[in-house]
Every structure is written in structure tokens, then in C-alpha cells.
Write a protein that binds this ligand. Structure first.
Ligand code: GCU
Length: 702
């Protein structure tokens, strides 16, 4: 849509495809296969190719065949033979890609697979047709540019983005809770925003990275949003219509107290017959309007939201009631595990917020209905820059689990700082909760991918009505990487960055992209660790300004009810979560982690202060003392932020990126450099004053 940045789907990214002769077979099957035909037709109109729907003759021979395996004899060779042997093996979303005799073939059993196959071809560019140099794609079958048949399937069944969008501007949170990219693309002034082309453009970007589910309203469901389930269902259906052509199912966050708020019932008790009947009818109405509706997302008994605790019921009772209402229609409940006491007394050293999700949910393993997915934040606290992996993930083998990430950068620079999160997410996905030995080869990714038990990967979206979608243009890479990691959790995050660069910037260039590529890698590959260096040290977390969570405030949360403390005094810092002397949180992990984290000697440096309270003179594996590490990393991190800006400045005027985009990024980098210095100085001054230990290198600490 006009005035909106094309992100990773500029028209130029379709040049290779659009200059070919393409057969799209199966488009008549409707959405989303029809979308494939539309995409190809648009690309061919722009770049001189031709698109056909028939087996040959009228536009053939073809360079590219995109077809459903069921097409059979309607296909030209070599696609026909391949379809015969692949048929029924590709699944709902998978596709096969091959190239033989100068013809590139994409086959899928189901329409969604065809769509993902198309976007894969877009990503490959010329190399889908025999490579940059050799292949003109018309060499007529000497076999030199053949590609063996490769099957691509998503590792995870659900690949979802949650929007924390409110219908109107919320007095404290703005319109999009923790949103840093303007207003909602769905809602405005209490109703639909009415820009469905923008929603469609968003759906298209998401489909291109493999996302297949979205929820369109905030998990904190306020009064107006509660009514999306009833009076506003028509508006929700309009959004579902915009997502459907791209294979994306729509979900709603619902208010657990809806039977009271909307239905006028005296209770929302999940075991009450009238309450159950109310939800059953509500679900039936939703499916009448949206036959492929995905289901409900629920934040219950969490930060003030209503839930089953009010009625003395368990979270399994609550989730299963909603599951029962959705089950006849194939819907699912995403029940969030973010349950903790947000009104704790900071004086009470026995309560540990990190323990809460496990304490509440692990005992319920096996009690959730088959269409309940327990949605667990990746760490035990709240999307901090560095946290251990949540122990809930290993504790519930009989429960379908989805892991929740935060693409929106609430705690990682709020889209003013460059912070590429792909490396963090890939560490989490590769984490082995039972260690690396024998039966312990299972990773977080494998757990959420389990075809029987898996729930998938969910993230809070970073998108708003900003012309660059994400406020900071480089934050688009986080959205890109999230989708791709949900499809292929073991993909290399730096390679994903290259993919993103290749689609977003390179197709627009007529000159050598190498300097741009080098600069972006220098700025982004290590940016998460840079951010970690100048913010809260060694896994201790928070130290952010209360409320909006931007910028440093070391003691901002220290004496509040939120459970997010660092316990720094003149002798040391950190939270003792050991079994021996602390809160016992380490005991929530299986071996070996329960022992590794319990031990000051074995605990990884980056998590030391999450698990242990240590003296400032404690020596890390790196050889530095804790306090010297704090000084060193804060000086280094702020310097790295300044270097990040220099890399970008050097690109100015080189014609490698659009001038407006360059200016937007530069303005954000100025703020990042300022804020990183502020972090450096506040954290360093704080620990110098607490500890009295001078910097070994005599640098200036205010
Ligand atoms: C964080 C965030 C809230 C959000 C909550 C959640 O605490 O600051 O804005 O509502 O997470 O995930 O529910």
C-alpha cells in the first residue's frame, strides 16, 4: 500500500520469478492457492514473464511449475512424475522443490504449502532457476543446473503473532501495549481502523516468513475489547477475511469474566453449567462468522485479569471449559502461564516471582484438554535481555506447550536501539533442558515441535501503523527472524539476517551490495550482546524505569510489589535462588541444570546474578571480578553502540539505502548512543558508590 515500506517484499524481489514462464496449477482451489496465482501474475506483469493455468501449449514450455500434487495428468513433465511420487507426503503446509531439465517445480499437497513454496522461490531469486551466472533457465535439460528434490516442512505447527492492540488509546499504555511503532493497524477510535489493504499487506509479509496464526487484540482485555466476541464480531470477521488468503488463522484474546460482563450472569465459574453454556454459544456464534477461526488467547489471574482463582478453581478447570466450547469447531485455547503475585511485599524474601509459573502449572500436567496449548514465556520472569529458560518447559511432558517470545522490544530497547534478537531466540530454541547426554538430546525446539504434544511458537508483534511497520526500520529483521525460526528453529540467525538483507535491500540496488551487507552485519549480528553489556549485568534483569520500562533506573523496582529485585548492598549483588540458602528455584530444573545453576562455580557467568548473591570481588570464569566486569562491559557496550552508529553514518550518501530510511535509522541511533551512555554511567556510578571499589583501569565514573 502506498506510503508504506515494502519490508522484505519489494516488487524487485520478484524479478527472477516475474521474468519466467510460470504455470500455476490449483489456484481454482481457492485461498490461499489463488493468492499464488495473483502473486505470480503481478510479478509477471511487472517483469515480462507469463503465467498460465493449463498443462502446456498456450504459454508453455514453463520455467517454473507451481502445482498441487493432486493435479496429476494436468501437469507437464517433469512435474507430473514428481507429483505422483510426492503425493500425500508433504502435509498441510509442506512443499517440495526440485529442478530438472530446466524446469523448477514446486509441489504441495495442500494450498498453504503452495504459498510457502512460492515465497521460498522468491527468497532463492535467480538461484531457483539455476543460479546467478550459468542459468538462464532455458538451457533445455542438459542437467547442469538440476536441483535434487528437497522437501520443506515447518518444524512447528503453530507459528503465531500476538498483537497487544487495544481498540482505542489506553490512558496509560497507549493504543498498542508495549508498542513502539505507532497505533494499531487493526483498530482506531474504538472500532475498526478500516484499512484492510494494510492488513492484507501485513498478512502477506507474515505468510512470506511462514506465520500461520495471529491474535488481534491485547491479552489485557479491557471493556471495549471484550465486545469483539459479540457486537464487534463483524469487524473481526473482516480481519479474518484479510488474513485468510495468506493461510493465517485469526485468534481473539478473551476476557475470562465475559459471561458476567457480556452475559449478565452472576458468575464466571468455569464449573457452572450456565457459564459453560454461555461460552458454548459464544463459540458457535464466532464460528458462524469465521468458520476457520483459530481460537482464544487467555491471560487469566495475571496482573489483575480475572480468572478461575476467583471461584476456587484451577487453571485446568478454566482452560478446559473454554476448550470444550471450541472443540466442536476445531478451535484451540492458548492459555498463558504468566501467573505470579504482582502485589508481593519486597520485604518478604521467601516469595520468588521466578518460581511462580512452575509452582502454579507443573502440578497440572496431564490435566489440560487436547485442544489447550499452555503458552509459556521463554524465561521465568518477563522477557528480560537475559534469563534462563523457563523450567516449566521441561516440567509438563503431558501438556501441549507453546513458547512465547517478545518481538516487540519492551525490555530490549523499545525499537529505538538496534537489538537483533535472532541469536537470543536461537539459543533458547537450542537449549537442552536435560543437558546434552543420552536421552537429553531434546531441545526446547523439539519439545514445542512434537507432532502430538507440541503447541508451537508465539511472539508479541512489534508492528504498528508506522510507515516502516516497526518504528525502527532495522527492527523488521526481528519479525522476519521470528517467523523463519518458527518454521526452522535451527536456522542460523546470522544467515537469516542475510536472507532479510537479500530481500529488503539488495533487490533495490544496482551496485555492489557488499558494503551495505558488511555494515548491517557489523551493526546487528552482535547487537543483542551489546545491549546486554550496557544494561542490567549478569542476568540480574530489570533496572529499568518503572512503568514504561525504558532507560536505566537501578533501584526503580527494588522496593516495589513486582518481585523484580537485585538486592545490591555494599558487599554484593544478585538473587540467591539456590536450594541450599535461597528461594529453591534451582530445584525446578531437571539434571544437570539444577546442579549447574545451584553451583556458584558452575553457573554460567551470564546468569550468575540471576541465581546467586555474590560479593563484588567474586571472580567470574572470565577472570574478572563481578564489579570489574560491570565496569568493563558498560564501557564496552556504550562504545559498541557508538561504533554501530559510525557504521551507519558511513553509509550516508552512498546510495545504498533510501535517504528517508537512512535518516530514520540515524535518528534512532543517536538516541541509542545517548541512552547507552546513560545506562553506562548510572550502572557504573551505582556500583562504584555501593562497593567503593574503583575501576582497575581508572576510567571516569561520574
Ligand atoms: C509484561 C508487560 C505487560 C504485559 C505482560 C503480559 O509484564 O509489561 O505490559 O501485559 O507482560 O505478558 O501479559
Amino acid at each position: 500500500t502506498t506510503g508504506v515500506h515494502a519490508a522484505w517484499l519489494p516488487p524487485e524481489a520478484f524479478r527472477a520469478l516475474g521474468s519466467r514462464r510460470v504455470l500455476v496449477q490449483g489456484a481454482e482451489a481457492g485461498a490461499p492457492a489463488g493468492t499464488v496465482h495473483e502473486e505470480v501474475a503481478r510479478a509477471c506483469a511487472a517483469y515480462g514473464g507469463r503465467v498460465g493455468r493449463g498443462p502446456g501449449g498456450e504459454t508453455g514450455p514453463y520455467d517454473l511449475v507451481l502445482a498441487l500434487t493432486g493435479a496429476g495428468s494436468a501437469l507437464p513433465e517433469p512435474a507430473r512424475a514428481q507429483a505422483r511420487s510426492a503425493r500425500g507426503t508433504l502435509g498441510d503446509e509442506g512443499f517440495l522443490l526440485a529442478r530438472r531439465g530446466g524446469v523448477t517445480v514446486v509441489l504441495a499437497d495442500a494450498p498453504a504449502g503452495l504459498l510457502y513454496g512460492l515465497f521460498h522461490v522468491v527468497r532463492l531469486g535467480e538461484s531457483a532457476f539455476g543460479g546467478e551466472d550459468g542459468g538462464d533457465g532455458k538451457d533445455g535439460g542438459d542437467g547442469k543446473d538440476d536441483l535434487p528434490a528437497a522437501v520443506h516442512r515447518p518444524a512447528l505447527r503453530t507459528r503465531m503473532l500476538d498483537h497487544w492492540d487495544n481498540l482505542d488509546v489506553h490512558p496509560v499504555m497507549g493504543q498498542v501495549e508495549r508498542g513502539y511503532a505507532g497505533g494499531s493497524i487493526f483498530w482506531r477510535d474504538g472500532g475498526p481502523r478500516g484499512d484492510l489493504p494494510r492488513v492484507r499487506a501485513y498478512a502477506r509479509l507474515l505468510a512470506a516468513v511462514g506465520i500461520n496464526a495471529v491474535s488481534v487484540n491485547n491479552v489485557n482485555v479491557h471493556a471495549a475489547e471484550t465486545r469483539l466476541l459479540t457486537e464487534r464480531l463483524g469487524d473481526v470477521a473482516d480481519l479474518a477475511d484479510a488474513f485468510r488468503p495468506y493461510g493465517i488463522r485469526l485468534h481473539l484474546s478473551v476476557n475470562f469474566a465475559s459471561p458476567v460482563v457480556l452475559g449478565g450472569l452472576p458468575t464466571a465459574d468455569p464449573l457452572d453449567g450456565d457459564v459453560r453454556a454461555w461460552w458454548g454459544k459464544a463459540a458457535a456464534r464466532v464460528y458462524e462468522a469465521i468458520p476457520d477461526f483459530g481460537g482464544f488467547v487467555v491471560k487469566a489471574d495475571s496482573e489483575g485479569q480475572p480468572g478461575p482463582f476467583t471461584y476456587g478453581r484451577s487453571h485446568a478447570d478454566g482452560a478446559n471449559m473454554l476448550a470444550e466450547a471450541l472443540a466442536p469447531f476445531g478451535g484451540e485455547v492458548h492459555w498463558r502461564a504468566f501467573v505470579y503475585d504482582h502485589t508481593q511485599d519486597w520485604r518478604d524474601r521467601s516469595t520468588d516471582r521466578a518460581r511462580a509459573a512452575y509452582d502454579h502449572f507443573a502440578p497440572l500436567d496431564g490435566e489440560f484438554a487436547a485442544n489447550v496449548v499452555l503458552q509459556v514465556k521463554h524465561g521465568p520472569m518477563d522477557f528480560q535481555t537475559r534469563e534462563p529458560v523457563s523450567p516449566v518447559i521441561a516440567a509438563m511432558p503431558a501438556t501441549r506447550l507453546a513458547v512465547e517470545f517478545q518481538v516487540t522490544q519492551e525490555y530490549t530497547g523499545q525499537q529505538r536501539h538496534v537489538c537483533y534478537l535472532g541469536p537470543m531466540w536461537s539459543e533458547i530454541l537450542g537449549f537442552q533442558p536435560w543437558g546434552g547426554a543420552d536421552d537429553g538430546r531434546r531441545t526446547v525446539a523439539a519439545l514445542v515441535a512434537d507432532p502430538a504434544a507440541g503447541g508451537g511458537l508465539v511472539a508479541v508483534s512489534n508492528v504498528g501503523d508506522d510507515p516502516y511497520w516497526t518504528g525502527h526500520p532495522l527492527a523488521q529483521a526481528n519479525l522476519y527472524a521470528f517467523g523463519r525460526l518458527a518454521w526452522a528453529p535451527h536456522a542460523d540467525p546470522v544467515a537469516l539476517l542475510d536472507e532479510w538483507i537479500d530481500l529488503t535491500f539488495v533487490p533495490l540496488l544496482s551496485r555492489d551490495p557488499a558494503p551495505l551487507r558488511r555494515a548491517l552485519h557489523a551493526m546487528m549480528d552482535g547487537s543483542w550482546r551489546t545491549y546486554e553489556r550496557y544494561t542490567a549485568p549478569l542476568g540480574v534483569g530489570f533496572m529499568v524505569r518503572p512503568g514504561h520500562h525504558y532507560g536505566p533506573d537501578v533501584d526503580g523496582y527494588e522496593y516495589t510489589p513486582w518481585g523484580t529485585y537485585h538486592y545490591a548492598d555494599r558487599d554484593g549483588v544478585g538473587v540467591d535462588r539456590t536450594r541450599a540458602t535461597g528461594t529453591g528455584y534451582t530445584g525446578q530444573y531437571p539434571q544437570p541444570w539444577s546442579e549447574v545453576y545451584e553451583s556458584q562455580e558452575r553457573c554460567p557467568d551470564e546468569l550468575l546474578l540471576f541465581f546467586h548473591h555474590v560479593p563484588y570481588g567474586h571472580v567470574l570464569h572470565s577472570g574478572a571480578t563481578v564489579v570489574q566486569h560491570i565496569y568493563d562491559t558498560h564501557f564496552a557496550g556504550a562504545d559498541e553502540a557508538a561504533r554501530t552508529r559510525s557504521h551507519w553514518r558511513e553509509l550516508a550518501g552512498a546510495g545504498l539505502v533510501d535517504a528517508a530510511l537512512h535518516a530514520r535509522v540515524l535518528e534512532r541511533l543517536d538516541e541509542q548512543v545517548r541512552c547507552a551512555r546513560e545506562w553506562r554511567d548510572q550502572v557504573n556510578a551505582y556500583f562504584l558508590r555501593k562497593s567503593g571499589v574503583p575501576d582497575a583501569h581508572g576510567r571516569h565514573i561520574p
